[in-house]
Write a protein that binds this ligand. Structure first.
Ligand SMILES: Nc1ncnc2c1ncn2[C@@H]1O[C@H](COP(=O)(O)OP(=O)(O)OP(=O)(O)O)[C@@H](O)[C@H]1O
Ligand SMILES: [Mg+2]
Length: 338
C-alpha cells in the first residue's frame, strides 16, 4: 500500500515559563495509507491535537520528518508550504467559521484565497452545498445554524480546494449522538466517494468504531498501541487501550469462569469478516470425540466488518482439545485460553 502521510521520529517540546521543557510528542512514528480513515485516540492532554497539527505544520515539530504525498514538509519554503497546505483540509471541534459571513461565503473563502475566478467559485460552492446538504441554508449566518449544520459548513470549506487529506480535530465532540452519527456518515461518504484520506482524533472509542480502519492510541505524547480497529477492539494489550475499549465494548471472557467447576478447557474465540457466518467451530469439533458448550457469545459489526466472539468450554481428551484449538487457529480465528 502507498502511504500518503508518514511521520518519522517526531518530537515536540514546549518551553514552559520556568524555561523547562515539556515533551508533548516523543518519538512518534506513523504511516497513514492513501484512502484510509485513520483514528488517533487518547485522553485529554495526550498530545492528539499537537500530533494532528504536525501533519500540516500548523505546529512545527522540534525534530523529525513529516511526509505528505511526495513532499517532506519540513524542508519546504514558506510559500511552498502554504500551497501544499491547501491540499490538506482541516475541521475543528468548534467549527471556526466566520461569524459575519453567510454559509455560502464561508465555503467560498478558501477559494477566494486561492484566487479562483468568481465563476469557478460559484460552481464549486454549489457543488459543496449540495454535498453537505446545505443548499437551502446557503444565505444564513453561522449563528442561525445548529451544531451539526455548522460542522457541515466546516467540512464543505475544508473540501473547497479538493484536498487529498482531511484532518479532523474532535470534529464531533461538540455534537449530540444523533448529529455525531450524521457527521460521521458524511465523513465516510467523502472518504469512499472522493478517496480522501482522513486522519481524525477523538477521545471517543465509538467514533473510532464507527468510521476508522486503523487506530493509534496515544498516552503522554507517545503512541502506545496501534493496529486495525478490529484487532485493537478484540485484543487490546496496553492498559490505556483496554480502558478505552472497555468503555464501549464487552470483551467476552473478562469475568472469571475459573470459579466454576469446569469439565473442560475454556477458550475465547474471535471471528472476523465472512468467517463470522461459517460453521467453523462445528467443523473443528466434528471428527474428534470432544464436545463443546457455549458460555457467552456475541455477533456484531465494526464499520462494515462483521465479527463474533464466543466463549466456549471444550470438553474432551487433551489431545482432542489441542487439535481443535490448533484447527481454529489454522483457519484464522483468534483463540485465547481463559
Ligand atoms: N502552545 C503550548 N505551550 C505549552 N504547552 C502546550 C502548548 N500546546 C499544548 N501544550 C501541552 O501539550 C500537551 C498536549 O496537548 P494537546 O492539545 O496536543 O492534547 P490533546 O490530546 O489534544 O488534548 P485534548 O483532548 O484536551 O484536546 C498538553 O499537556 C498541553 O498542555
Ligand atoms: Mg486536542
Amino acid at each position: 500500500m502507498f502511504s500518503l502521510i508518514e511521520l518519522i521520529d517526531i518530537n515536540k517540546q514546549y518551553r514552559r515559563s520556568d524555561k523547562s521543557y515539556f515533551h508533548a510528542l516523543s518519538g512518534i512514528n506513523l504511516k497513514i495509507e492513501k484512502g484510509e480513515i485513520f483514528g488517533v485516540i487518547g485522553r485529554s492532554g495526550a498530545g492528539k491535537s499537537t500530533l494532528l497539527r504536525s501533519v500540516n505544520l500548523l505546529e512545527r515539530p522540534s525534530s523529525g520528518t513529516v511526509i505528505v504525498g511526495d513532499n517532506n514538509l519540513m524542508l519546504l519554503k514558506e510559500k511552498e508550504l502554504q500551497d501544499r497546505r491547501k491540499q490538506i483540509g482541516m475541521i475543528f471541534q468548534h467549527f471556526n467559521l466566520l461569524s459575519t459571513a453567510t454559509v455560502r461565503d464561508n465555503i467560498a473563502f478558501p477559494l477566494k484565497i486561492s484566487k479562483k475566478s468568481s465563476n469557478e467559485i460559484a460552481v464549486r460552492v454549489d457543488e459543496l452545498l449540495e454535498l453537505v446538504g446545505l443548499t437551502n441554508h446557503q444565505h444564513q449566518y453561522p449563528r442561525q445554524l445548529s451544531g451539526g449544520q455548522k460542522q457541515r459548513v466546516g467540512i464543505a470549506r475544508a473540501l473547497a480546494n479538493e484536498p487529498d487529506v482531511l484532518l479532523c480535530d474532535e470534529a464531533t465532540s461538540a455534537l449530540d449522538p444523533e448529529t455525531t452519527d450524521s457527521i460521521l456518515t458524511l465523513l465516510r461518504d467523502i472518504n469512499r466517494k472522493m478517496g480522501i484520506t482522513i486522519l481524525l482524533i477523538t477521545h471517543e472509542m465509538d467514533v473510532i468504531r464507527a468510521v476508522c480502519d486503523r487506530v493509534a492510541v496515544m498516552d503522554h505524547g507517545q503512541i502506545v498501541e496501534s493496529g486495525t480497529v478490529l484487532d485493537i477492539f478484540l485484543n487490546p494489550t496496553n492498559k490505556v487501550t483496554k480502558q478505552f475499549v472497555s468503555e464501549v465494548f464487552d470483551t467476552l471472557g473478562e469475568e472469571t469462569f475459573g470459579a466454576r467447576q469446569t469439565q473442560g478447557k475454556i477458550v475465547r474465540i474471535a471471528f472476523r469478516g465472512e468467517q463470522t457466518y461459517e460453521p467453523i467451530l462445528y467443523e473443528a469439533v466434528r471428527g474428534t470425540d470432544a464436545t463443546f458448550a457455549i458460555l457467552q457469545g456475541t455477533v456484531s459489526k465494526m464499520k462494515d466488518t462483521p465479527y463474533g466472539q464466543l466463549v466456549v468450554e471444550l470438553r474432551g481428551s487433551n489431545a482432542d482439545v489441542s487439535r481443535i484449538i490448533a484447527e481454529l487457529g489454522q483457519r484464522g480465528l483468534g483463540v485465547s485460553e481463559l
